[in-house]
Every structure is written in structure tokens, then in C-alpha cells.
Design a protein around this ligand. Structure first.
Ligand SMILES: O=c1ccn([C@@H]2O[C@H](COP(=O)(O)OP(=O)(O)O[C@H]3OC[C@@H](O)[C@H](O)[C@H]3O)[C@@H](O)[C@H]2O)c(=O)[nH]1
Length: 346
């Protein structure tokens, strides 16, 4: 038993069938906790947790976090929200509701049953940052009227709710800011860069670099991230926010080249338009996580990419449905036409 698991708890994981949620459920079930996984299966599927369905300490509930939900529990991990730009921009009003109403419902539940609640916030609260790396003390550079705002501002509002419930009602909150994460278990139609590039490379399709590929991201392997999440939930010193991510920064072009090399693919690199408000650089300052949690990402990009490539090489694409048409991020062009037509101030 790991040191953070001194007693078995009943734990609710919202978005528990999603990419991060399912890895987290697996870890908590393995540690012996009684895990209730709640999901509406918009961008996830039941098959993500098939291996857990026959475990006596795992329960799967189809439910949308925007609707109230009541259960006795000791801890809540609020992981529910589409996280890929093509999916969260598909129905932006619903995305905002998921972050805001979902957070209110879960904080209300935490208050009522006196559970500790962890919010999965995001590096997107920093927007298109003008300092690098980004420490938790940075207030961000976020557009509140753009196509990404439904996610960025929804997550910012969810953080505000956490801190207000804490100040006003003494709810025991924890807030983490998750930077780009990847690994086995990603949906092949996720639409984010790592899964897109690997699936394209394995299928010999063109690798779609948005813009010139000079924008940067720092990619954290999922096992490292889940370890950081559980450590943070189970410490009493700090409620957050705390950044969790791998501080090694790469350009998107470098990621494409690494993927080609590791897959041995003959795919060509092609350039497509850069989506609106796409952050130019992103890299976490993880000083706080290092000191507080004695945590450090262990898996570096080549090793993590290889594991993810091995996973994608064996997935049966017939068992996955495409959650959306993956074209929502191109609506910046509609946005521009609208701006001309209706004189939306830029
Ligand atoms: O096929 C693709 C997909 C994406 N990209 C680019 O790759 C970069 C990363 O894009 P992704 O869609 O993977 O993710 P983003 O970094 O834009 O957003 C993510 O940020 C952190 C999280 O909270 C969320 O998971 C998500 O919003 C962007 O610059 C994007 O334009 C490509 O060049 N080609």
C-alpha cells in the first residue's frame, strides 16, 4: 500500500471514463478505494473502463455533472469537461455549463457531505501567456470573448468558485492546473496534437501542423500526472492552485519530427491555419509541486511517445466513435466574417 493510502475511502471521480479520469480511477481502485466513476460519455466511452467493470470496488454511473448528484463520499475529483479544443468549442455554451454548473454542483455536494474536492483546472487559465515559464502567481492573459473563452473562462470561474466556497463555507478544496498531458488511453479521435500526429504517422497520412509549428508546449506523460494529482489531493499543507506538468518545452514542429522518427513513418509535414487565440508558448513552473509534493515528472518525451505509439498501433479504430466533426476550431474564420458584418470590436 502506498503511503498516501492509509485508509480506504469512497471517492467520486467525475469525468471518470475520460482519458485522465480513467487512469485516475484505475489507480484508486488498485489502491483499494471504493470508486464511483461518473461520466456522460460525450468525449469518453465506457470501453475506457472495461477492465474495471468487474471490480467490486468500482461503480460506473452515467450522469451529466451539470445536473445535481448526491452521494455519500469522502473525496471528489472533478475531472469532467471536454479538454480538446475541437471538442470544447463544438458546444461552447455546454462547455461553460460543465465547468461552472458542474463545479457548483460538486462544491455543493462537497459542502453537504464534508468531502475534500479537487478541481482539475488547466494551464489554459494563463491564456496566451506573456511570461514563461508560467508560475501559479501569474494572473494570465486571457481573451474573454474568443473561441477558446468557453474553456479558459469556464475553468477560471470554476477556480473562483472553489476559493469562494473555501472562504465562505470552509469547503476543503484542492486546485491543480494541468498542462498538456498524453499517453496510452487517449481517444484516437481526441483531436489534440499528440494523438493526431501519432494516428496520422501510423496511417501514413500528412501530419497537420497548425501555423508554422513554432508554438511550444510541454508534454507530461499521464502516469506522472496522475501521481502528482493523487499526491496533491492527499496532503494538508496547501489548497493550491498548483501547476502539474512536465517543464521540458518543445515546438510543435519538433514534436512532429520526433513522431515521424519514432514511428518510422513516411508521412509529410503540412501546414494548416493556426486556430484563433492558440497560445504561442506554454511551459509550467513546477517549483511549488517539487517542494510541496516531492514530485517530478519521470517519463521524458521519447519514452512517453514510444509507449503512446505502441498503444495506438494496437487500438481497434472500429470501437471508437468520433465525438464531433473536429472542425469547431476552424470557426475562427466564421468569427472573422462576423466581426466584419456586425462590427464586433477586435
Ligand atoms: O493536429 C494538430 C493539433 C494541434 N496542433 C497544435 O498543437 C498545439 C497543441 O494543441 P492541442 O490541441 O493538443 O492542445 P492545446 O495546448 O491547444 O490546448 C490544451 O491545453 C491544455 C489543456 O487543458 C487542454 O487539454 C487543451 O485545451 C497547438 O498549437 C495546436 O494548434 C497542431 O499543430 N496540429
Amino acid at each position: 500500500m502506498s503511503s498516501e493510502t492509509k485508509e480506504f475511502k469512497r471517492i467520486l471521480v467525475t469525468g471518470g471514463a475520460g482519458f485522465l479520469g480513467s487512469h485516475l480511477c484505475r489507480r484508486l481502485v488498485r489502491e483499494g478505494h471504493d470508486v464511483v466513476c461518473m461520466d456522460n460519455f460525450f468525449t469518453s466511452q465506457k470501453t475506457n473502463v472495461t477492465d474495471l467493470l468487474d471490480k467490486p470496488n468500482f461503480e460506473l454511473v452515467r450522469h451529466d455533472v451539470t445536473m445535481p448528484f448526491f452521494i455519500e463520499c469522502d473525496q471528489i475529483y472533478n475531472m469532467a469537461c471536454p479538454a480538446s479544443p475541437v471538442h470544447y468549442q463544438f458546444n461552447p455554451v455546454k462547455t461553460m455549463k460543465t465547468s461552472v454548473l458542474g463545479m457548483m454542483n460538486m462544491l455543493g455536494l462537497a459542502k453537504r457531505v464534508r468531502a475534500r474536492i479537487l478541481q482539475a483546472s488547466t494551464s489554459e487559465v494563463y491564456g496566451d501567456p506573456n511570461i514563461t515559464p508560467q508560475p501559479e502567481s501569474y494572473w494570465g492573459h486571457v481573451n474573454c470573448t474568443g473561441v477558446r473563452s468557453c474553456y479558459d473562462e469556464g475553468k477560471r470561474c470554476a477556480e473562483t468558485l472553489c476559493f469562494d466556497y473555501h472562504r465562505q463555507n470552509q469547503v476543503d478544496v484542492r486546485v491543480i492546473r494541468i498542462f498538456n498531458t498524453y499517453g496510452p488511453g487517449m481517444h484516437p479521435y481526441d483531436g489534440r496534437v499528440v494523438s493526431n500526429f501519432i494516428v496520422q504517422a501510423l496511417n501514413g497520412q500528412d501530419i497537420t501542423i497548425y501555423g508554422d509549428g513554432s508554438q511550444t508546449r510541454s508534454f507530461c506523460f499521464v502516469d506522472d500526472l496522475v501521481d502528482g494529482i493523487v499526491r496533491f489531493m492527499n496532503q494538508d499543507e496547501c489548497i493550491g492552485p498548483v501547476n502539474l506538468g512536465n517543464p521540458h518545452e518543445f515546438t510543435i514542429k519538433q514534436l512532429a519530427e520526433r513522431t515521424i522518427q519514432l514511428t518510422g513513418s513516411k508521412s509529410k509535414l503540412i501546414n494548416e491555419p493556426l486556430p484563433h487565440d492558440d497560445p504561442k508558448q506554454r511551459r509550467p513552473d513546477i517549483t511549488l509541486a517539487r517542494e510541496l509534493l516531492k514530485w517530478e515528472p519521470k517519463v521524458q518525451l521519447d519514452e512517453g511517445l514510444q509507449k503512446t505509439i505502441d498503444y495506438f498501433a494496437h487500438v481497434d479504430m472500429r470501437t471508437f466513435k468520433k465525438p464531433t466533426q473536429h472542425d469547431a476550431h476552424t470557426n475562427s474564420r466564421v468569427d472573422e466574417k462576423d466581426a466584419k458584418k456586425r462590427k464586433v470590436a477586435k
